[in-house]
Design a protein around this ligand. Structure first.
Ligand code: CA
Length: 225
């Protein structure tokens, strides 16, 4: 899942980015309010982390403008102040959660996972497709109880397929949710990763777990057997 971090303090932004990447999230960073707003309008982020004190445009204004533009990605505000009025204001203008700096990374990632689950109906961190299980908390993937070892990117791709099981997933959707701004749309990198996933999940290619829909995209079968 792809997260936008809007935070002007480079040290904090890098710290957040490193931590999120370790948790298999795809991350883009904006150091400026206006920039963050532009990026959030251009890409369908699964979550936006928004600092309040920002150059260009403050986080409250950015959040307000995003909601006015009907961009409904979950938003978590970061605030250095612990004043009640700041928190109330953040929630009033459409943020979904807030965190007071400094915060522990444990609490931060737990809140992010909760926010990302909130939009889903099942609310569980254990995804299932056939005999494949993916645990979003531990990042462990098993198939018929055998652990499958995936690279972080392969994991993110499988997670995206499993969150959208039995639905057609286009290459654009994959590039928008699994890759960040550095994605090169002229490369065949998505095909390479899908082939790697297929090789690891279905080495004998008996069931064709990830089906190619020619000219459209792919479908991961959620229910089989
Ligand atoms: Ca700041």
């Amino acid at each position: 899942m792809r997260i936008l971090v809007v935070e002007d303090e480079k040290k904090i932004a890098k710290f957040i980015e490193r931590g999120l990447k370790a948790h298999r999230y795809t991350v883009d960073i904006a150091y400026h309010g206006e920039n963050g707003l532009r990026m959030a309008e251009a890409n369908p982020y699964d979550l936006i982390i928004l600092d309040i004190m920002l150059p260009g445009k403050d986080g409250i204004t950015v959040c307000k403008e995003l909601r006015e533009k009907k961009i409904d990605s979950p938003i978590m505000m970061l605030t250095a102040k612990s004043s009640v009025s700041d928190k109330v204001l953040a929630l009033q203008i459409g943020a979904d959660d807030y965190l007071v700096k400094p915060f522990s990374f444990e609490e931060f990632t737990a809140r992010i996972a909760a926010l990302l689950r909130r939009t889903r109906s099942d609310k569980t961190s254990l995804l299932k497709a056939g005999d494949i299980l993916l645990d979003q908390m531990t990042h462990k993937v098993t198939k018929a109880d055998q652990e499958i070892f995936l690279t972080p990117k392969e994991y993110s791709l499988l997670e995206y397929f499993m969150l959208n099981a039995d639905q057609v997933v286009t290459r654009t959707m994959i590039s928008e949710h699994v890759w960040n701004e550095d994605f090169d749309s002229f490369s065949n990198i998505i095909d390479v990763f899908i082939n790697n996933l297929r090789a690891k999940l279905e080495p004998d290619r008996k069931k064709e777990l990830i089906k190619t829909i020619r000219g459209v995209g792919y479908v991961l079968k959620g229910k089989f057997k």
